[in-house]
Design a protein around this ligand. Structure first.
Ligand code: FE2
Length: 383
């Protein structure tokens, strides 16, 4: 029987970033060096962050803008090198999953005398990294759930690998999930991020490592997102609030189960073809549902939360959302070369994800799933 544990203090709702100073005032007077990592200069202009970084402020603040997506080993090393002398007590990540993953990773690296990027690779692979600072997650895209998980994805294109920096001692001190920060984001990013969160919840629900708490959180996350995702196209704050809430619940669910086949198979699609993470996992949800359905406990509850009655209906629903948000709904549409499918299928079995799927994955069954989402004709739009 699997147990559930998550220590992150979660604060969610419109305007909740205003609670940040209240949190920071709990820091001892001699531990008030604060590093803010944001995805843009504009994000740093938010009044709460600007006040924190103002000269003469009671906190010693520094800021850093990190614009890349899918952080690499080299980028993480460079960021660590440029901030290690400051040695922050708290790192605040303001942005999407990339920013939060960089923020939490840095906390585990400040105590390390890293020599170079190979040394960093070796330490990530060895595991056992302990945080020397604490971090606060402020997600600006509702999707990754990174604010409530204790692992970070670091990409390593030079070695054709995806690495996971993980420490159960490195959960966030707090997560401030403010949907006002997501307002105005491009609708295609909002939709793909929301579908990534749906995948986190669905995969948590059927994972081999699932548990009763994660399953309950997962169903509520799926209902919240799928019941409100169409309202993202109007850009309403209510829709963004629902996505932020659902994404956080999904994060809490999969923080204890990790993901399964959709994520495992999606990684080479992102690494080799640049398909955005949310779109890649969304494309895989329906075929993996069809594969897993016989092994899912209480599949009716899952279908009910998704608002569909079959995998085919889910495929049409997701295709409709992708196309409506100006994103291809097939691998062909994303530029994947058909003759690469067998190779991509072989790369889709990743440790810790594929072996967490309730049905055993083989290269052949993955290739069949990739084939099923390859052609535009296979996924007609539903509007
Ligand atoms: Fe994801």
């Amino acid at each position: 029987m699997n147990c559930y544990f998550n220590p992150v203090q979660t604060i969610q709702g419109p305007g909740c970033l205003a609670r940040l100073p209240e949190l920071l005032h709990k820091l001892p007077q001699d531990q008030r060096r604060v590093l803010v990592i944001a995805w843009s200069e504009e994000a740093l202009q938010h009044p709460v962050l600007a006040a924190l970084l103002a000269p003469g402020c009671e906190f010693e603040g520094r800021s850093l803008v990190f614009t890349a997506s899918n952080p690499t080993v080299e980028q993480l090393f460079d960021t660590w090198e440029s901030t290690r002398d400051f040695a922050p007590n708290v790192v605040i990540g303001v942005g999407g999953g990339t920013i939060l993953d960089v923020a939490k990773s840095l906390c585990c690296l400040y105590g390390c005398p890293l020599k170079d990027t190979d040394d960093l690779r070796a330490r990530i692979a060895a595991g056992g990294l302990k945080p020397a600072a604490r971090w606060i997650g402020v997600p600006t895209t509702a999707g990754t759930g990174s604010e409530v998980t204790c692992w970070a994805t670091i990409w390593d294109p030079e070695q054709d690998a995806k690495r996971s920096l993980e420490s159960k001692e490195n959960y966030a001190w707090a997560a401030l999930v403010d949907p006002e920060l997501a307002q105005g984001m491009p609708v295609r990013l909002a939709v793909s991020s929301a579908l990534d969160a749906v995948a986190h919840a669905v995969e948590s629900y059927w994972a081999r490592s699932t548990n009763a708490v994660s399953r309950a959180l997962a169903l509520e996350a799926i209902r919240t997102i799928m019941g409100n995702i169409d309202d993202l196209f109007s850009g309403s704050i209510e829709a963004h609030d629902a996505m932020a809430r659902g994404s956080m619940l999904a994060g809490l669910a999969f923080s204890n189960t990790k993901t399964t086949a959709c994520h495992s198979i999606s990684y080479p699609l992102t690494m080799h073809y640049g398909i955005p993470h949310g779109a890649a996992v969304a494309l895989l949800l329906a075929p993996v549902l069809a594969l897993n359905a016989p092994a899912v406990q209480d599949p009716d509850a899952l279908m009910d939360a998704l608002g569909v009655n079959s995998a085919a209906m889910l495929q049409r629903r997701i295709a409709g959302l992708l196309i409506r948000s100006a994103q291809p709904a097939s691998l062909e549409g994303w530029g994947v070369v058909h003759s690469d499918l067998a190779h991509l299928a072989g790369l889709g079995i990743t440790k810790g994800r594929a072996d967490n799927n309730p049905v055993t994955l083989t290269p052949d069954c993955i290739e069949a799933m990739l084939e099923s989402i390859y052609c535009m004709d296979a996924v007609p739009c539903m509007r």
